[in-house]
Ligand binder design. Sequence first.
Ligand code: GLC
Length: 446
Amino acid sequence: MLKRMWLVGLTALLVFSLLLVVGCGEAEDVVDDPDVDLPDVDDTDDIVITVAAGAVGMELELTRDLAEMYSEANEGVTVTVLDTPDMADDRLGLYLQFFEAQSSEVDVYQIDVIWPGDLAEHFVDLYEYGAADVADAHFPAIIENNTVDGRLVGIPWFTDAGLLYYRTDLLEKYDLDPPTTWDDLEEAAQIIQDGERAEGNPDFWGFVWQGRAYEGLTCDALEWIASNDGGTIISPDGVITINNPNAIEIVEQAAGWVGTISPEGVTTMAEEESRAVWHAGNAAFMRNWPYAYATSLADDSAVAGLFDVSPLPAGRSGSGAATLGGWQLGVSRYSNHPEIAADVALFMASHEGQKYRAVEGTFNPTIMDLYDDPDVLEAAPFFGSLYDVFINAVARPSTVTAPQYAAVSELFYRAVHDVLTGQKSAADAFEELELDLQDITGFPVE
Ligand code: GLC
């Protein structure tokens, strides 16, 4: 697993360096395709459909499995998978290069739940390619999220919500209950961390999460803020709400975790870095998405059989909040084979495709009746016990701010990161953020 993570890291680094090189190159009249290594399929006369997909946890291998299943069942078509950077921001950067070049190299893109509004123009309307027959089976809110001006720009593939992972063995050892508030979590994390270090593990930490300056921090911080009655940065009807005492209070509290119950380095961690600490058995609690459940059960996991998941802790609001994440499959307008590409996307996101990924990799289906499927519930019991968390997840303000969501989110996570790294107080950071958000959105302040 470690070896694989290194590989994933190296690949991401390589792609990222290539992006930098491409990004710094001379401006040219003709935009070239991004300089990435596309899967090698020279030895076939088949129509080749390329799917740009993620590689977090078990994602890549499961997408490859589905590609193979489709290719085997459909003579004359070979589906290949392009491995893209783990971090949403980097992946978006790569996609934008393909779009700018109007490249036909990639036919199907795995797109984040926050992107339909920003990227709609680059995708075909899947309603014109058979999606109308299956749309009703998916969570209506996600179909609505993916519908821009009446066009379905992505078929929902899997949904995500932030969860609290905790060590059942250590809670028992220190006679603690799973925490239901951030204050409880702080206290339990400190007790366990002190105890484990005293017993000789200097690498042990109370709580790991995603504190790097990237989209994942927007997700974590939105959870803190929403759970503390601090709103959702910008309300669904377009009012900037971020500069409020409850939001300021909880982000200051989170800044207090850095270097105490969480490593200083948490401010450079994305999902996979925080998971590595957890996976090695060196954390009492972790905030992460459902994919980390399957990976925590793997043979090389130090925590297999020693953990469970719960809703994230609550602040002032009295209940925890989970950010709504998840990914869709969109078919590029620049594909040479949109019909076949759409068929591939609809297969991967079908009942069969989603069930496979749910059972093998604990990726949450978007097809509602899979939450009643005994095989799915056996592999991922929390899909049933935490069902409410998934359907009540809090959306980022991507629809209301489209096509500027990425810029809004970057301003937000940079402001939060400045607080976590001690460069600014939350009060100052959010006062400035409020002005910056007014500038780019033109929205009023609460
Ligand atoms: C997960 C979520 C996605 C989110 C990303 C942030 O992949 O599904 O929606 O943007 O994490 O890191």
